[in-house]
Write a protein that binds this ligand. Sequence first.
Ligand code: GRF
Length: 212
Amino acid sequence: MTRPRFAVLISGRGSNMQALLAAARAPDFPAEPALVLSNVADAPGLSLTGTVPTAAIPHRGQPDREAHERLLAEAIDASGATLVCLAGYMRRLTPFLVRHYAGRMINIHPSLLPSFPGLDTHARALAAGVRLHGCTVHFVSEGVDEGPIIAQAAVAVAPDDTEDTLAARVLAQEHALYPRALALVATGRARLVDGRCVLDAPAVAGAFANPA
Ligand code: GRF
């Protein structure tokens, strides 16, 4: 069986990228990594990819966002990757990249969307007093953190949680959830249809992860 290939885009430490690469080492994982790409030349995650090729394409020095994204797309397409996973990629995307990978690009976000899009999600969840927090994997659309939801994992907020303790529990769920969501997309069991994520019924259980 030929497994579709995926690229991972990172800007920082790359722990979700590592979770994806670790999952893909299993022979029955339905996708294989082709490239880890960063817009930050010294992103710590670039040194944690093992045998998976890396590239850095800094956004600085490019005339505009789209020019940078065209270089990213060239590198991704040349690697043979047909799927793209954003994993802590800290650049807003233009319609060019979103459309180029429509239905083929996914992102992980550290909140239960549509609550808390954007940054500082854990502090905002604590300030809001929510009892459940978590993470979401979604198809990337033109709005930031707005794309159709593929999978979510919830964690209970403890009375004594700090931003750090809550972030750590959510991150553990991110690492469990993201490979499951990628597997759903790689096998076509989760797909983008008319702006919504359609999930095959037998796949639904794969779209949740629960706190240990
Ligand atoms: C994660 O919390 C992810 O949800 C968010 O950025 C963070 C990246 O962390 N988009 P890492 O680089 O994967 O460790």
